[in-house]
Design a protein around this ligand. Sequence first.
Ligand code: SF4
Length: 434
Amino acid sequence: MHAAADGGLARIRVPGGRLTAPQLRGLAGAASAWGTGVIELTSRANVQVRGLGAGSAPAGRDGTAETSGRTGAADRFAARMAEAGLLPSPTHERVRNVLASPLTGCDAGGTLDAGPLVSELDRRLCARAALAGLPGRFLFALDDGRGDVAWLGPDAGILPTRADGAALILAGADSGLRVPVTSAVTALLAAAEAFLAEPAVREGRAWRIGELPGGAGRVAARVRATLETGAADPVRLRPPAERLRAGPPSAAGGPIGAVEQPDGRVALGVAVPLGRLTSAQAELLAALASGGEVRLTPWRGVVLPGLARAGLARTLTRLADAGLVTDAGSPWIGVTACTGRPGCAKSLADVRADAARATVSGPGIAPPVADSPRTGTLPVHWAGCERRCGRPRGRVADVVATGDGYRVDLDGRSLACADIEETTAVVTAARGET
Ligand code: SF4
């Protein structure tokens, strides 16, 4: 729970982005009961709910009424999350930041099913008391071999290079160490412990391996000393634009639309505009999840695995009617925004409202070309200040509020825009690469 400008903010970790349908339903109910009714999806495939206790009685001179209102809402919200099984370890809640390939086990895109590794990592992480001391920014990634989440800059991750062997990724790059898949979780925990052993971490001067000078090399050396590891030719982490040429339609890495499963069912990738899922949309996703599972993606979308092919057309219609996106050519694909006003006191604009206005009213956004899914959908990130929170990795058009409009930055060039109409025109041109 954090205090934000628009009330209490609860962040809930969802290792591997995996929720059961009842958990998503519980989250939707709690977000409506005590928050704004919106579930925000994060770039770590976690969720957050804002405005907890915001409707409580105004504070007296000592702030007592408002504070107790917020605390009461937060306590009830936390109790509901615990009931839903979403708070299994209060001591380790902040450190359960685990990405996994969202389509793992569904299609033929990976070398292995990373799902069991997610459960094993979460269980063993929570079982080690010392690892509760990891900084909350430390990020694990379990890539299934397709290279989607290994590319997202995890502190410690694995990227399988064959069915029984994996590269250990440290600080977002290949460490050069190779481990058997059966030892993958052991290697990740060893890397986390090696990081915690660094004096700068113990003294609170570093939160990520990449913040330590020579950090990846030092952590790799400690891991090598405690584990049997091999070495091999370096693996190259491929950015989304390169991977997408061979993969399914995608939003900067996240699946969009139907992906065939070997069992004849489909996994359905759904984009959520600006990563804001209303409670009604969440209820709908839970109802449609006939496979019983909803997977959140680090691209602020959702995957529904195991859907029957029959009835898919009806499912797509219901999702579209609810404002969710399953069309890889939608102008919403690749558009992200920070919190902005009113949730962030630093923001110079209501960036989400402006991003929505620019996206749905942008003149003539170029449609994607068949073998080049990125055309017309260059990622765009709207930010209320220079910090650009939540900016995706890779080539992105930045739209930054200046107090006098917006500034659009792309490829080292900047254009100042005085109002939203001018900003919309510049963003549209940038997305169409004109
Ligand atoms: S980028 Fe600035 S305005 Fe946006 S959430 Fe971060 S601090 Fe707030």
